[in-house]
Design a protein around this ligand. Sequence first.
Ligand code: NAD
Length: 299
Amino acid sequence: MVLDLSGAADEVVKRYALDQLPLDRRTRTSADLLRLDGKLALVTGGGGDGLGAAICERLAEQGADIAVLDVSETAAATTVTSLAERWNLRAEQLLADVADREQVGTAVDGLLERKGRIDILVNNAGGSGSIGLDGGKPKQHGPFDQMEIEDLLTVVRVNLVGLLMVTRLVLPHMLARGSGRIINVASEGGKTAIPDLSVYNACKAGVIGFTRSLAADVGSRGVTVAGVCPGIMVSDRTLRSLSDPAGRGFTSLDTAFSRVTLGRCTVVDEVAGVIAFLASEAGSFVHGTSVSLGGGMAD
Ligand SMILES: NC(=O)c1ccc[n+]([C@@H]2O[C@H](COP(=O)([O-])OP(=O)(O)OC[C@H]3O[C@@H](n4cnc5c(N)ncnc54)[C@H](O)[C@@H]3O)[C@@H](O)[C@H]2O)c1
């Protein structure tokens, strides 16, 4: 039975915002609630073959128009080509470093000029795929006291400053329209101690805190914010780096894996599916929290 508010006093309806309840939910199918037709999603770090690309694929499957923002032209083009072949979608390709105010500003302004809207922002760029100002990847694993200062700054720049920067430049547009969905990719490392990853984990804890506080700032103005905390996602790149012990600390991985009560790692598609759910009306009440997707790692 559909909830009937006609018997509720006006004061009660107003005080508890009952007029904003999605009363049509019961009559709609789950498949319909997952649809994103007519929505434009901007995905940072959306290029290549990692989580970002998997997010673009899922959002496109659910009907969204996609803008792939990446610092690597080749990586962005790979995703754009795949979206065209698989979903017959002409996705936008935006070249920008997430932590560069001018580049992000130009990319966002251009997108808004061409498309007129950004409904969904997925802040994904970061992690082992981070690329710094010099075009190189920082070494983010290792004891904190031995970490190169330049690497430390790059990890913070891409994983935290970049996420804040893109959000800062997209948010005014969402607030002006009174609607928008922001999904931040954090990590289980932001919720639990993993050795040899202190700077990266500090950034991810920052992302979790930002998600919580930004949600409190903007929720009543129509913009909802949620986060996800992936655990260990296994990709071709992970397999390659595992074969090169000098490139990745086994200690961190062993510690992390020992906490995974589910007893297995995950793949990018498993995480991307949850993000696409959160981006849709089906996940609309998830706000301020960062969902653990570590198979029990941080719970
Ligand atoms: N891989 C994991 O096991 C794991 C675990 C927990 C969380 N995460 C998080 O998931 C997200 C995706 O990680 P991933 O390893 O799948 O990477 P990915 O392959 O999805 O992302 C890397 C992409 O981001 C782009 N990129 C890198 N630096 C950039 C910059 N400065 N500006 C714009 N684009 C940039 C790269 O070119 C690449 O295409 C990250 O936020 C990461 O911290 C990953």
